[in-house]
Design a protein around this ligand. Sequence first.
Ligand code: ADP
Length: 262
Amino acid sequence: GCDNPEELKLQQTLGRIKHKIVVMSGKGGVGKSTVATNIAVALSLAGKKVGLLDVDVHGPSLPRMLSLKGQKPHMGDRTMEPVPWSKNLSVMSLGFLLEDDRQAVIWRGPVKMGLIKQFVEDVMWGELDYLVVDCPPGTGDEPLSTLQTLGPTAMGVIVTTPQGVAIDDVRRSVSFVGEVGNRVLGIIENMSGFACPNCGTIHEIFKSGGGEALAKEAGVQFLGRIPLDPEVANSGDEGYPYLKVHRDTITGKALEQIIQPM
Ligand code: ADP
């Protein structure tokens, strides 16, 4: 309860954040971090105050994707300042605290769980319109701890690719979020068709639409599809989010569309 000073501190931090969006996926490699980053950037470009938190202990990728590698958050007495990316967007990642990113994989379960809590509790986010959280993949202890720490008002956004196997993972993720007592805001189908840089249209590769069909089946919103776009991969590798430079493309519009219901 609130007699506990740590619990009180957590509740105060959460009380200053209007919306909590937890970006999840059934497995790794579907573009969860890319989507989380671009959602955060899209919201910040729309004038919102945004925090982006990377609790993916398996391989924190946000520092690289945002050219913030090597940055160190200011540390206070049991507090940390998030690293600013722009006036409206500040970032915290386990990657900032590790000398060597690969160290992440040796962290034991209970340590990881405490860490997720600490990242929400001890980071001086201040007043935020949105906290976007890049959650570890799957439906194990880490996503559970993430949702429990953020509380029942945090909303899950599930990223999938169009293939059948990925869709089964999403079904599991949707029921997981419900079982924990949170709401799924919606499903995003990433790598859905190929955005051809030459002709500017989308070519289907895998059978698309699985994400949308599942959203309907599960009674949750379909937030949109993002095509496979070589520029998205380049931007991540080169350390700038896609939307920072490309807003007027098929992919850029798809990414900005996604934040409408948020
Ligand atoms: P996850 O967080 O799910 O493990 P990432 O966001 O790290 O996945 O993405 C995995 C790889 O796929 C990265 O190299 C990323 O740049 C690339 N990627 C993600 N989405 C797209 C897309 N729509 N088009 C092209 N490449 C993408």
